[in-house]
Ligand binder design. Structure first.
Ligand SMILES: Cc1cc2nc3c(=O)[nH]c(=O)nc-3n(C[C@H](O)[C@H](O)[C@H](O)COP(=O)(O)OP(=O)(O)OC[C@H]3O[C@@H](n4cnc5c(N)ncnc54)[C@H](O)[C@@H]3O)c2cc1C
Length: 379
């Protein structure tokens, strides 16, 4: 039996992007020195800072892969990868633009109408338009094809009725792309009859209810769509093609370096304290660093595959399973260290709080192992 290649060929050497990496590091050093942010754990999901986003936009580090004709910078996936990897490693507050930049940009480029691209892309590049994700529902997470939100034809557009849940940042974002049924579920073809719609989250018929996390943070929401109107020009892609589109969106959602770097600042904090003999030396630190180094190579290889327009869903699943497990192991390792240092303890607390979500969001590890098994021809 020949084993399928689960990690794409890594054809791009780190040297090619060294100057850009140095530029981003210098910028982050200046921002930290100016007190514009404090490094934090899981900042790509929980630290919403529109001023910081604006500073990144001014440097040309938002919408990097958007073509120049749509107001973007026409840069490569690998260049974007380097910038995002540095921002994540620094624990910078990037949540405001993260979803728009990561998955809405490539989805719009792939399936958006010319008018949608001209409307949204320049605003995303300028850091002025933020998106949420409208996939999960109270009884539909892993089995996304079972969504019950319905879209019905009405004058000049569609009327959406249903409930989305776990919608990160919906209370702050302008819009989300909702997955909805436009034809009744056919048990023989469960993935047919689904469509996507760009919903203005501030429009009538949209109610956003906060879901407060155990640590008191407001990050999640429930979004009730009660006859929310979506005009024909905001239908996303083709009616009935929603499954293909949403799985393409998921591959962008799953493939990035945020799937192994959410707790990197904590790993770095452990190394600093250990080097200063503030916490006891422990060989497990080296094991975690080695795992992160390997994940950097694998994740770079996935960015290279995206650059070459190769399918990357199976390699991305491999990185996500290994990466999110490593993020959690870093939280556990740091939690065992007895340190009186308040900064360190804050990072540990945040990592332990956020940890349960690492292996769930964007598709659970159990489900992703199924994707890998399919990639190996086992299912
Ligand atoms: C921090 C965080 C942020 C999120 N943000 C968003 C967001 O912005 N927008 C959005 O739409 N959603 C969001 N989600 C929801 C997320 O996508 C779902 O939690 C995820 O897809 C799992 O769905 P579920 O919670 O309904 O669990 P379920 O699908 O009910 O799964 C429950 C358990 O059963 C297991 N399981 C299910 N099916 C299988 C199977 N076939 N084989 C083996 N095991 C299986 C799962 O692995 C899991 O352990 C977020 C979640 C988290 C944790």
């Amino acid at each position: 039996m020949t084993l399928a290649r689960l990690v794409p060929a890594a054809e791009v050497a780190d040297e090619a992007t060294e100057a850009l990496r140095a530029e981003v590091r210098a910028f982050l050093g200046e921002q930290r020195a100016a007190g514009s942010f404090t490094p934090s754990v899981d900042a790509w999901l929980s630290r919403w800072d529109e001023d910081f986003t604006a500073a990144l936009a001014a440097r040309g580090w938002l919408g990097m892969t958007v073509p120049v004709e749509y107001g973007g910078h026409g840069r490569s996936f690998l260049e974007r990868f380097v910038v995002t990897e540095e921002l994540l490693a620094a624990g910078a507050p990037v949540a405001a633009h993260w979803i728009a930049d990561r998955q809405i940009v490539p989805s719009l480029l792939k399936y958006g109408t010319e008018a949608q691209k001209r409307h949204f892309l320049p605003q995303i590049v300028r850091g002025e338009c933020f998106f949420a994700i409208g996939m999960s529902e109270p009884d539909s997470g892993s089995d996304l094809a079972s969504v019950r939100t319905r879209a019905e034809r009405t004058d000049g557009g569609w009327s959406l009725v249903g409930t989305k849940v776990w919608t990160s940042g919906a209370h702050l974002a302008e819009a989300f792309i909702a997955l909805a049924r436009t034809a009744p579920m056919d048990p023989q073809h469960r993935h047919a009859g689904l469509s996507q719609f760009i919903v203005d989250l501030r429009s009538p018929g949209v109610e956003i209810r906060p879901i407060i996390s155990m640590n008191g943070a407001h990050h999640f929401n429930e979004v009730i769509l009660d006859g929310a109107f979506v005009a024909d020009d905001m239908v996303f892609g083709e009616i009935g093609n929603g499954w293909k589109q949403v799985t393409s969106e998921l591959s962008f959602e799953r493939s990035g370096p945020e799937r192994f770097l959410s707790t990197f600042v904590l790993l770095a904090a452990c190394a600093d304290r250990m080097a200063a003999n503030a916490i006891p030396r422990d060989a497990d630190l080296g094991r975690l660093v080695a795992r992160v180094a390997g994940l950097h190579q694998m994740s770079t290889a996935v960015a290279g595959a995206l650059e070459r327009h190769e399918p990357a869903d199976v390699p991305a699943a491999v990185v996500k399973v290994l990466g999110t497990t490593t993020e959690g192991d870093i939280a556990d390792f740091a939690d065992l260290q007895a340190s009186p240092d308040a900064v360190f303890l804050d990072l540990v607390r945040a990592a332990v709080d956020q940890r349960p979500g690492f292996t769930l969001r964007g598709g659970t590890n159990e489900v992703l192992r199924g994707v890998i098994a399919r990639g190996l021809g086992l299912r």
